[in-house]
Design a protein around this ligand. Sequence first.
Ligand SMILES: N=CN[C@@H](CCC(=O)O)C(=O)O
Length: 273
Amino acid sequence: MTDHPSFITVHRGSAPLVLSLPHTGTDIPDAIADDLVSPWLARKDCDWWIETLYDFAAGLGASVVRTSISRTAIDVNRDPSGVSLYPGQATTELCPTTTFDGEPLYREGKGPDVAARRQAYFDPYHAALSAEIERVRSAHGTVVLYDCHSIRSVIPRLFEGTLPNFNLGTNSGMSCAPDLLATIEAICDATEFSRVSNGRFKGGYITRHYGAPERGVHAVQMELACRTYMPETLGPVDRTNWPSDFDPAYAAPARAALTDILTACLVFARSHA
Ligand SMILES: N=CN[C@@H](CCC(=O)O)C(=O)O
């Protein structure tokens, strides 16, 4: 149970809260990197600094599961069968062939070996995450799974205009109890930041697959617009301005709100134990 490959890290906490960090990895195995257009493009859609932003969570007693492998190698937040998250709409695949903006990731004639990557990198992440969810659920009876994400605020290929700061996804209400979502919404709405629930981002594979309120697993995806916690140019980005550095002072208001949200998740789980 503790034998994970080195690219998976699991922090085991004692509280009924599990954080998933599926998109903070920047590692790209050499054999894959050789086929890619550029290292910068390959990491452009990383959820930058999210592991740093949430580094207080372990102190709350939360468990934290992370992969250091880039989503460009394989996206652990996509259905492994290849079914699109949003049929008929622009999105990225299990092994993305383009960035969010539509730029090709692979050199001419190159592409992913999806089955091999699934076995090597997708399956270990889900083995670790599912084991941690079950460990915590059986200890407490109820667990909140909080899937941590971020995305640039302006990506015309994916959505119109500028994304709200907080984008909550609960698989259109199916992945958690309504009162948990309502509590998180109230915390967001008491801040200076904007918020939408089940808007453009309704939760990816992790939220949809593990969220089972009737079994005591309540899953919520938090998609932060990047400007919420890091300086961001609103519009096309390039190597000179993306990613910007993590600035703790800039991130402080977002971190305060996220601390309140995770604390509320714990109160919810403990009151439903
Ligand atoms: N930063 C990542 N965003 C998620 C969004 C999933 C969803 O559509 O809700 C992703 O691509 O996996």
